[in-house]
Design a protein. Structure first.
Lengths: 114, 601
């Protein structure tokens, strides 16, 4: 999403944002049992693979947005201010731990055209 | 870096001064914009993934920033200067000048931070009876990142005595430094995984020179490049533990058997600290030459040759790459064009001799020599031919047909490791049966691919295309001894130079199951369309379906189905508002055989 709004001749606002949702999963391996014992007598093959597919579960929600304002001092000079938000929600923790996090940035300055 | 920054700042000042001086000349112009400001960032929770390319060292502190975009010139010269400074590690600078007739040059410098994940290895812990897996993170609070710096410079000088004649000189300097996570495993493979921080300080420099030009219908070009890579950081180190019984320890409490001597004699090393995850210094030298002949109505003929040599300074191993290509294009009718291409290349890397200590040296039925010659899996000869037919069926409708025939000859396809193959006799643990190092199961892979593509317009507001590809592969790449072992107990396999050794099951793995994720047959269909619904709204979509299988494997058939549709909507309800909406779905259904290792494999 991207939007610009000119409030007055000198004052304008701008906004842009991106929202994304990513999901991933794998189906179960089912019942994994040794087909044949080629070597030693594996009397108790007690390995459990029923949850291995859950390693592939992923769910990220990401939002990045900026709100800003421009004010024209004259034909060439503009002062601006903005706030930018980057947010990630990790709802399926993987081997890297919970990656949920947020960064907020405030910016201001002046632009001169020539 | 301070010296380089000083040089860069001096260069910026010199270029700005030059720009201002040029602007004083008659007919000169300069335009652009400059921004000066400040920003402040802060984060909560874990900033590493959400701020993957944010310099986290510059957060929670006020940072000055600057952007300068400048474009100008005179009657004979154009130039541009672009500067973007965000913080000390996130910045870029670009300068370009073109004198139209004699010289053109461009220089670019940029740096940024890439934050890296930290694997906490929590999926590598568990215990059931004597079976266990555990991990050690020696840097649990470590934050990993790479700082990239790149400088590129190119100068082009015209050669007026040739048509389009030009000499090019270029230089590139890339630096990568920081810390990353490096893991190592102990003797018992994945039973114990250890993680350390690894310092990285790598530099890649590339020097390039080239020339090109045309004389009548003949155009030629030559390019030279030299690349060198160094890593100045020390490799991390790992302490490989003393070999012993995984459950009973160094001495058997009942029999008194010395397990350190027994298990130690089966290993190449133990009870020692060694570096790992080392990145070897290397360099690359390459030459390439090309020729193009315009045969007028008879078509166009192209040819090229490339030679590349690489040297690994850690192992002393050298690799060579030679490639030649020929191409011919001709217009058969005003609406039909035929092109043919032939490509041949060879990659040859020196063999590596794997010098191992004697297996179970000094112990019963031991003293066996398992040295072997490792043939690089990169080695191959490839021959590839392509025929392309392009046909303009009607106005706005095109059909393309491509046929590719490819032969890949790999000497190491079946030699990912030396394997001692049991010859079929069964004389029991006390007998001696000759076993032989494995030979290539099959070297040659042959690929036949047919691709059809049809493009069409939908009135004046849209278009679509349909693509279908069939690929048939004879002997796709696989490891013929990838999985599933036969027992050695009862077969009595032995090393050719030694006596029978029933304990050789650690080495004498008689794996017989083929393994591959490469298809022997593949069908792939793709459809794409885009349409302008209104002057302010458009939509495009795609769907890809692929069905692969490999029925050449000996213990299972590999299958893979892939489906991926997607839709994108773009709409601008007013001049200053734009909405985009995207959806992508991927579904992969595949199968794989696994042989689960239980202690001895």
């Amino acid at each position: 999403m991207n939007a610009n709004l000119t409030a007055t001749e000198k004052l304008s606002f701008f906004a842009e944002g991106v929202y994304s949702l990513s999901k991933g999963s794998a189906t179960s391996w089912g019942d994994v049992t040794p087909e044949e014992d080629h070597h030693f007598a594996v009397s108790t093959p007690d390995y459990d693979f029923s949850k291995v597919n859950e390693y592939s579960d992923l769910e990220y929600t990401q939002l990045e947005g900026t709100l800003g304002v421009n004010y024209k001092l004259d034909k060439r000079a503009t002062v601006y201010g903005s706030v930018n938000l980057m947010k990630l929600q990790d709802d399926q923790e993987y081997v890297y731990g919970d990656l949920t996090g947020m960064i907020v940035t405030y910016a201001t300055g002046m632009t001169v055209g020539f | 870096m301070r010296t380089r920054n000083l040089i860069m700042c001096s260069a910026v000042l010199l270029m700005c001064w030059t720009a201002v001086s040029l602007a004083d000349e008659e007919g000169a112009f300069v335009e652009g914009s400059a921004s000066v400001g400040a920003h402040y960032s802060h984060f909560t929770d874990n900033p590493v993934r959400v701020g993957e390319y944010v310099n986290l060292n510059a957060t929670k502190d006020l940072q000055a920033d600057m952007i300068l975009n400048l474009f100008g010139g005179t009657d004979n010269t154009l130039y541009n200067i672009n500067l973007d400074y965000r913080d000390v590690a996130t910045k870029s600078f670009e300068f370009g000048v073109d004198t139209k007739s004699l010289l053109a040059a461009d220089f670019r410098y940029g740096s940024f931070i890439h934050n890296l994940d930290h694997d906490n290895m929590r999926n590598l812990q568990g215990k059931a009876g004597g079976k266990q897996v555990y991990n050690t993170d020696n840097d649990p609070m470590g934050r990993y990142f790479m700082e990239y710096e790149q400088f590129h410079g190119n100068i082009k000088v015209d050669m007026p005595f040739l048509t389009d004649g030009q000499v090019t000189l270029g230089m590139s300097d890339q630096r990568k430094s920081g810390y990353k996570q490096a893991m190592s495993i102990d003797h018992c493979a994945f039973c114990h995984v250890e993680s350390n921080a690894q310092r990285v300080d790598q530099q890649t420099r590339i020097w390039k020179a080239g020339a090109e030009g045309s004389l009548g219908p003949v155009s030629v070009n030559y390019d030279f490049a030299k690349t060198d890579f160094v890593d100045r950081a020390n490799a991390p180190e790992h302490r490989w533990k003393t070999a012993m019984h995984p459950v009973k320890g160094p001495i058997d409490p009942v029999s008194g058997l010395d397990y350190v001597a027994e298990f130690g004699s089966r290993l190449g090393f133990h009870d020692v600290t060694l570096p790992y995850a080392r990145t070897a210094d290397n360099d690359k030298l390459s030459h390439s030459a090309g020729i193009k002949v315009d045969l007028k109505r008879a078509g166009t003929l192209k040819g090229s040759y490339t030679n590349t040599n690489r040297t690994n300074y850690h192992t002393g191993i050298e690799g060579k790459f030679d490639a030649g290509a020929l191409g011919y294009a001709v217009r058969l009718t005003p609406k039909m064009r035929l092109t043919g291409k032939f490509l041949a290349y060879e990659t040859k890397v020196d063999d590596a001799f794997v010098d191992l200590p004697l297996f179970r040296d000094g112990r019963g039925a031991g003293g066996l020599d398992f040295d072997w010659n490792r043939i690089s899996s990169a080695n191959r000869k490839v021959y590839q031919g392509d025929l392309n037919l392009g046909w303009k069926v009607a106005k706005g409708k095109h059909l393309k047909v491509n046929w590719r025939y490819q032969i890949i000859d790999r000497p190491a396809m079946a030699q990912s490791q030396t394997n001692y193959v049991f010859d079929g006799a069964n004389v029991g643990p006390a007998g001696i049966v000759e076993t032989l190092p494995s030979e290539a199961f099959e070297n040659k892979t042959t690929v036949n691919r047919v691709k059809l593509r049809y493009d069409s317009r939908i009135g004046m507001k849209g278009n679509y295309n349909l693509t279908y590809t069939y690929t048939g592969v004879d002997k796709p790449f696989m490891n013929p001894t990838a999985m599933c072992e036969e027992s050695l107990i009862g077969t009595g396999s032995a090393h050719p130079g030694g006596t029978a050794a029933g304990r050789l099951y650690y080495f004498q793995r008689e794996r017989f199951g083929n393994g591959s994720n490469q298809a022997s047959q593949s069908h792939k269909a793709t459809g794409r369309a885009s349409f302008q619904i209104t002057p302010r709204t458009s939509i495009n979509g795609f769907v890809t379906y692929a069905q692969d299988k490999n029925d050449e494997l000996n213990i299972y058939q590999y299958d893979r189905d892939y489906l991926s549709p997607g839709l994108n909507l773009w709409t601008a309800p007013a001049d200053q508002i734009l909405f985009t909406l995207g959806w992508t779905y991927n579904k992969v259904k595949s199968n794989e055989n696994i042989c689960i290792p239980i202690f001895d494999g």
